[in-house]
Design a protein around this ligand. Structure first.
Ligand code: CTP
Length: 421
């Protein structure tokens, strides 16, 4: 199980604003109850450890039937806490100390029994007493048979937990341990990790900001079978959207077709053509504090789209092309007061000069310039090398992961918007 990217750089790929590994200094409590999905929490504990979190695992007695506490102890380096009255440890005191230190608690898998106990204030073991004592954000991931999950008592308990500020992750639909197919599956560890990161990975310094990001390529149809496009993978735009969301912003991502899984806490608007992107962006831009255009938009499209498949002939074929709308230029011309506009500039030569021209011509506050021909920069990979150009400043960033680049872009935008105030 990998978080992202290549394994050897995994823990260095995700860094916070201050350059520290993402979860350094954060205490993540994983509360595991008795369900077959308990074994999947081992991957989550491991992934959190790689991000330098202090991972503390609590288990109900029943959970130990599904996975051995030693697995968690090996993965986290911490004693796995099971029984409040274990004579070797001062748990009754320790659980309060742990509750005070916790930055986030994830109860996963959460059985109907544990949900019922927490919702009704019953604290009779290590897990429930600790969860009860925690003041931080608590996330619950129910996992059980569909009929149990749909039982109105369980549903009432979940509503009650939500009422008290717990976040409930809706179970996935799938094949359950009882061989039924239905709702009740714990989501994959990757998804659980997203919930934890959303809560604790970053300081919420973009809270209250509305940010629109565009990503990916556009596709311009020629006929029902063919289209014109470019090599954009969407990775840079998606990384920006995710970082903004983890830093507390309300994010809309207008995305061309990509192979990337839509991020969880972002409003994704899928589009295909430059025209659709234009409509989606201009219809929403007025409400945005910041617009970041990382998409690779086609500058030209076939003038007519053939209704039928174009058949080959012996001779050559030329396609007449017309200009698409320059979305960013439009945004620059219609910029509302205090709105920050950031464009991207993909060049193969004269990068700085051409990018500075685009900054001026499109009335932008910042442009992120990169040269596709430089190794480590550009479309497909997980890294980028960019220069951030504003009206009065140029910052050349080193080779960074796209997430790290996204963090730096947002740091610069914040610094610039603070200057504008
Ligand atoms: N852009 C846009 N609409 C277009 C073309 C580009 O909004 N029809 C945006 C891109 O999203 C990017 C910026 O403009 O943020 C620069 O894109 P780029 O392709 O580098 O530059 P162009 O302005 O298209 O100029 P050229 O192709 O001549 O380099």
């Amino acid at each position: 199980y990998k978080i992202r990217g290549t394994p050897d750089r995994e823990d260095q790929r995700m860094r916070r604003k201050d350059g520290q590994p993402m979860l350094k200094g954060k205490t993540v409590v994983l509360a595991v109850s008795g369900s077959i999905a308990a074994y999947k929490i081992a991957s989550l504990a491991s992934a959190l450890g790689k991000l330098h979190a202090d991972v503390q695992v609590l288990m109900t007695q029943n959970a130990t039937n599904f996975i051995n506490p030693i697995t968690f102890e090996t993965l986290t380096g911490n004693k796995c806490l099971v029984d409040t009255f274990d004579r070797n440890f001062q748990y009754s005191v320790e659980h309060v100390a742990l509750a005070k230190r916790a930055d986030v608690v994830l109860v996963a898998p959460a059985s109907a029994n544990v949900i019922g106990k927490i919702a009704n204030g019953i604290a009779d073991d290590m897990l429930t007493t600790t969860v009860m004592a925690c003041k931080c954000k608590k996330i619950i991931s129910p996992a059980m048979n569909t009929q149990m999950f749909e039982n109105p008592i369980v549903q009432d308990n979940l509503k009650k937990l939500e009422h008290y500020g717990y976040e409930v992750i809706q179970p996935a639909v799938g094949l359950l341990a009882c061989k039924d197919v239905g709702k009740g599956k714990m989501p994959e560890p990757e998804t659980l990790l997203e919930y934890i990161l959303q809560e604790v990975a970053y300081e919420k310094d973009l809270k209250g900001k509305k940010i629109l990001v565009t990503a990916g390529p556009t596709q311009e149809p020629i006929d029902p079978v063919r289209y014109l496009t470019n090599h954009s993978s969407g990775k840079m735009g998606y990384a920006i959207a995710k970082v903004c969301s983890m830093r507390g912003a309300e994010v809309t991502l207008v995305s061309g077709k990509t192979a990337i899984k839509p991020p969880l806490f972002v409003d994704v608007v899928p589009v295909t053509t430059a025209r659709e992107m234009y409509e989606a962006v201009t219809g929403r831009s007025d409400r945005q504090d910041i617009v970041i255009k990382a998409a690779a938009v086609a500058d030209y499209r076939p003038k007519t789209i053939s209704e039928q498949k174009v058949k080959k002939t012996d001779g050559e074929l030329s396609i007449e092309m017309e200009r698409t709308d320059d979305i960013l230029k439009y945004l620059g011309e219609h910029k509302r007061a205090n709105q920050f506009l950031c464009g991207f500039s993909m060049e193969t030569e004269h990068m700085l000069e051409n990018s500075r021209k685009k900054l001026k011509k499109k009335n932008l506050d910042m442009i992120v310039a990169n040269n596709v021909k430089v190794e480590g920069a550009g479309f497909a990979g997980d890294t980028n090398i960019v220069t951030l150009i504003t009206g009065d400043d140029e910052t050349q960033l080193p080779l960074l992961s796209k997430e790290e680049t996204a963090v730096e872009i947002m740091n610069k935008i914040l610094e610039q918007t603070e200057k504008q105030l």
